[in-house]
Design a protein around this ligand. Structure first.
Ligand code: MG
Length: 290
């Protein structure tokens, strides 16, 4: 164990931060498109928006604000966050996501203990996707919608634990304070008017604080060009996923997350070029058996 500690100490990267949707699985699954269709349905049925305008607005708000939901709130629409998530994710064809043992082995072989999901999605969707991919126990924690946008009323399960042991990192009132959001009566900020999510720089800085990570020693994987640009502005090392060419703010480009080892062998290396992975087999075997 001592040798493992010495090898990781001084390594270039101490933490890996992963977006989930369209990063840990390809956009070609169609889940993204199905999700957008459901959001359009919500805009039509619950917000009674003009039908011809909905598809264009849905996409524009997604691009501008990171999620269509954040854009709708910014435009002044008021609706219950949980109701929205239940409508949009409740009928998704999750069966298109299959277990990915190759990615699972890749993630488990990483020498960094700190591997964290950073997604704009809600907790239920995140748990469903990770479970379908067979990756539910590959991460130390999850920063999701609820982390950065805690309910108005304080709840007991802010440090909630998902079924498979992944911890949803707590944001809460102290997080809202840290991000400079206004608090009233000591409560969290109102989620009715504002959603904190990528690509806002504020959201990325909040995630860095919540996870208590050093951005200079953290590498951030995301399929969104805007998220990558904000990640770079926050001081993270960045990898655009799903693209074979660099985009502004990206340090690396990966066609698929499965290419991580070929494209970024330094993640497996400690300072001085020592390969950390060679002293990991017992740890990996333990995890697989568990
Ligand atoms: Mg994504």
């Amino acid at each position: 164990m001592d040798s493992v500690g010495k090898s990781i100490h001084g390594a270039k990267y101490e933490c890996l931060l992963f977006d989930m949707d369209d990063t840990l699985y390809p956009m070609s699954t169609g889940l993204n498109l199905a999700c957008r269709k459901n959001i359009e349905g919500f805009m039509l049925q619950h917000l009674h928006m003009e039908g011809a305008e909905v598809p264009r607005l849905c996409l524009e708000l997604y691009k501008e604000y990171g999620t269509t939901m954040a854009g709708l709130k910014a435009l002044g629409y008021e609706f219950d966050n949980d109701e929205f998530h239940a409508y949009v994710h409740g009928r998704l064809p999750y069966e298109v996501l299959k277990p990915d043992p190759a990615l699972r082995n890749l993630l488990l072989s990483l020498p960094q203990k700190r591997k964290i999901i950073f997604t704009n999605a809600d907790k239920a969707h995140t748990a469903q996707v990770l479970s379908r991919l067979g990756l539910e126990d590959c991460f130390e924690g999850i920063i999701c919608f609820e982390t950065l946008n805690p309910p108005l009323e304080p709840v007991a399960d802010c440090n909630d634990v998902l079924d498979h042991g992944d911890t949803v990192l707590a944001g809460g009132a102290s997080q809202a304070n840290a991000t400079g959001l206004s608090l009233t009566d000591g409560r969290s900020f109102s989620s009715k008017s504002r959603v904190l999510c990528k690509p806002s720089l504020e959201a990325i800085k909040a995630a860095i604080r919540t996870a208590n990570i050093d951005p200079n020693k953290t590498i951030f994987f995301d399929d969104s060009v805007r998220n990558i640009a904000s990640g770079k502005a926050a001081g993270l090392h960045t990898v655009i996923v799903g693209s074979s060419t660099l985009v502004p703010g990206a340090d690396h480009a990966l066609r698929s997350i499965h290419n991580i080892k070929e494209a970024l062998p330094e993640i497996w290396e400690g300072e001085g070029g020592q390969i950390v992975q060679v002293i990991q087999p017992s740890a990996v075997a333990t995890v697989i058996l568990a």
